[in-house]
Design a protein around this ligand. Structure first.
Ligand SMILES: *[C@@H]1O[C@H](CO)[C@@H](O)[C@H](O)[C@H]1NC(C)=O
Ligand SMILES: *[C@@H]1O[C@H](CO)[C@@H](O)[C@H](O)[C@H]1NC(C)=O
Ligand SMILES: *[C@@H]1O[C@H](CO)[C@@H](O)[C@H](O)[C@H]1NC(C)=O
Ligand SMILES: *[C@@H]1O[C@H](CO)[C@@H](O)[C@H](O)[C@H]1NC(C)=O
Ligand SMILES: *[C@@H]1O[C@H](CO)[C@@H](O)[C@H](O)[C@H]1NC(C)=O
Ligand SMILES: *[C@@H]1O[C@H](CO)[C@@H](O)[C@H](O)[C@H]1NC(C)=O
Ligand SMILES: *[C@@H]1O[C@H](CO)[C@@H](O)[C@H](O)[C@H]1NC(C)=O
Length: 441
């Protein structure tokens, strides 16, 4: 073999291997950042407050001022109530104002909420929040702050016991996010609370069942997302007639959605994704006239997708992806265009009628054959471009990329194809030049 030909063959091999490297590199997905609470253990030293006689110029109750100082809040002694970032808010009573709400953020782990300090705040404090405060929960806090109506803790207090939280009986607002809660069941926490309107216990390592009995009939908001809750959604949930939003996503719930869900006349937002819920979507869902957002994705729901969704005037988000729905998608293009989010991908027995819906909608499912079954093969994303009948359907480089797995693969493979074609052209050019040089030489 002539050395020039050998050289060009070598070059060809080199180029082919570089294509392989490119494609593997492209398919390495970046790991999304995990939303762990950032705790900065000693971000704040005790504040620059020196108790001074000039505290007489403050209108804050002197006992409460002393309490704030002992906690080490960076409050100005001139006017502790008007801190710009609302760490402290006060009422307007005279002769002395009183602290009504307190936010403790990024505190030092040895911040001391002494019983004395809590006691002097107890008569007026209604709202207490911890944000990135890795302190031990003060044992007597629930007893010393009986008036508390709002309590929230995010990435703070290391871990709290359900019994400790349960003692905060007068709460209307409870939010625990990213703090392990030690309790056998959520009901341990809420069974004594009669005034709750908003309940969030999220990412809290909480196990057990969704409560069957509620004493807080005024609840408008429930969020138990990202825990280990098991069992079904109890049909008694329907007693919560004021419920506007329920988020149970990322738990281990199973069973069917109860028919009684249709009684939740105020429900606007239901997020049940990432569980093991099954069965059909109950017909009673059609009675939820306020419904804006329904997310049932990543469950085992089956049956056909009900047509009544297209009659729900306020619906904006309908996410049914990654379930076992089957049959023909019962919607037309104008309904889908009206929604902000419509997802049905990852239902291998579901298909769309290509005379009603364009493949440009990129629904992530196959078109139907004339019997209403997906054309075979089902939309296995890696072999998608092989389904030659509907060739305009490939290149599904999904406009929305909100974490629905496979759909993103087509963008990269298109890119690889482009690179490959470019490189082949280059190889031919080289070969052509080699031949030319032979002829001329
Ligand atoms: C509040 O504001 C003060 C000064 O403006 C700042 O030093 C402090 O870090 C802020 N605290 C919070 C919780 O943002
Ligand atoms: C709830 O607040 C009321 C006053 O609003 C108070 O009398 C009562 O003791 C509080 N209940 C508890 C359990 O702390
Ligand atoms: C979460 O709960 C389990 C028991 O349900 C327990 O073994 C584990 O230690 C808990 N994790 C944290 C971080 O508290
Ligand atoms: C509905 O709830 C989900 C999850 O909590 C949230 O991301 C979304 O913004 C809510 N939508 C509306 C319209 O409230
Ligand atoms: C749906 O799944 C349930 C079990 O979860 C099963 O009993 C039922 O037959 C299924 N229905 C359809 C239409 O596949
Ligand atoms: C689409 O479906 C809705 C509801 O079923 C219907 O009201 C509307 O007339 C349909 N639009 C077209 C263009 O077919
Ligand atoms: C698709 O829609 C057309 C027009 O409405 C209809 O004639 C046909 O039967 C539908 N195909 C399937 C499989 O539903």
């Amino acid at each position: 073999m002539d050395p020039k030909t050998t050289l060009s063959l070598l070059l060809l091999l080199l180029l082919l291997s570089s294509i392989h490297v490119t494609s593997t590199a492209i398919h390495d997905h970046p790991i999304p950042p995990s939303p762990s609470p950032t705790s900065s253990p000693r971000a704040r030293e005790p504040g620059p407050i020196t108790s001074s006689p000039s505290s007489s110029s403050s209108t804050l109750d002197p006992r409460q001022l002393t309490a704030l100082q002992s906690i080490g809040l960076p409050v100005s002694h001139r006017d502790p109530c008007s801190s710009s970032n609302s760490t402290v808010t006060c009422d307007a009573s005279s002769p002395f104002r009183h602290v009504t709400s307190l936010l403790l953020a990024n505190c030092s782990p040895d911040l001391d909420l002494s019983p004395t300090a809590l006691r002097s705040l107890s008569s007026s404090l209604h709202s207490l929040s911890f944000l990135n405060c890795p302190i031990t929960p003060p044992k007597h806090l629930p007893f010393l702050l009986p008036l508390l109506s709002s309590f929230s803790t995010a990435g703070s207090l290391r871990r709290v016991s359900g019994v400790w939280l349960a003692r905060l009986r007068n709460l209307t607002f409870l939010s625990v996010v990213g703090v392990p809660v030690v309790a056998t069941q959520p009901i341990v926490i809420v069974s004594q609370m009669r005034n709750l309107t908003s309940l969030t216990i999220s990412n809290a390592n909480l196990s057990g069942l969704v409560p069957h009995h509620w004493h807080s009939l005024e609840l408008t908001h429930i969020d138990f997302s990202s825990n280990h809750l098991t069992g079904p959604i109890p049909s008694s949930i329907s007693v919560l007639g004021s419920l506007e939003s329920i988020n149970l996503c990322s738990n281990k719930l199973s069973g069917v959605v109860p028919d009684s869900i249709g009684d939740l006349a105020s429900l606007k937002n239901a997020t049940l994704s990432n569980n093991s819920l099954s069965g059909q979507i109950p017909t009673s869902v059609s009675e939820l006239s306020e419904l804006v957002h329904l997310d049932l994705s990543f469950n085992q729901f089956n049956g056909s997708i009900p047509k009544f969704f297209s009659e729900m005037k306020r619906l904006k988000v309908l996410n049914l992806e990654n379930n076992n729905f089957q049959g023909v998608v019962p919607f037309n293009a104008s309904f889908i265009a009206r929604l902000q989010v419509f997802k049905v991908g990852g239902n291998s027995n579901l298909c769309y009628n290509h005379t009603l819906l364009s493949s440009k909608l990129k629904l992530g499912i196959a078109p139907c054959d004339r019997h209403g079954h997906p054309v075979s093969p089902p939309p296995d994303l890696s072999t998608r471009s092989d389904s030659s009948d509907y060739s305009e359907d490939d290149g599904n480089d999904g406009g929305d990329d909100s974490g629905n797995g496979g759909q993103g693969h087509h963008g990269p493979s298109k890119l690889v194809l482009g690179v490959a074609i470019g490189l082949s052209c280059l190889v031919f050019l080289v070969l052509f030049l080699v031949c030319l040089s032979k002829v001329c030489g």
